[in-house]
Design a protein around this ligand. Sequence first.
Ligand SMILES: [Zn+2]
Length: 104
Amino acid sequence: MNSPFSISVSKTSSVPSGSIFIDDMDANRRVDKLLDNRSKIDKEIYQIQSECNHKTKTLRMLPEGSFHEVRWVCEDCRKKLGWPQKHELDVFMGTENLKPRRLQ
Ligand SMILES: [Zn+2]
């Protein structure tokens, strides 16, 4: 099959020098912007949670460091409202499909 077009692949044999270019200034600016955004987000969440009446609360598993804990959480604003009673915790553990904890 004769194709009128010839495809030529030109390989650039020039390998860039071994220095790795890291744009520190750009990283700084990006992190500053993200931190600024986070403080705004935290402020907004605080504002919403302080205005919420916490009418609907549910028990939820929340990541706390390297483990999880069960807390009453407001359904509307996601604020942690407090610790469940023993019997509430039992009900929660019994009704929820929890992954078995691996003890080491
Ligand atoms: Zn709330």
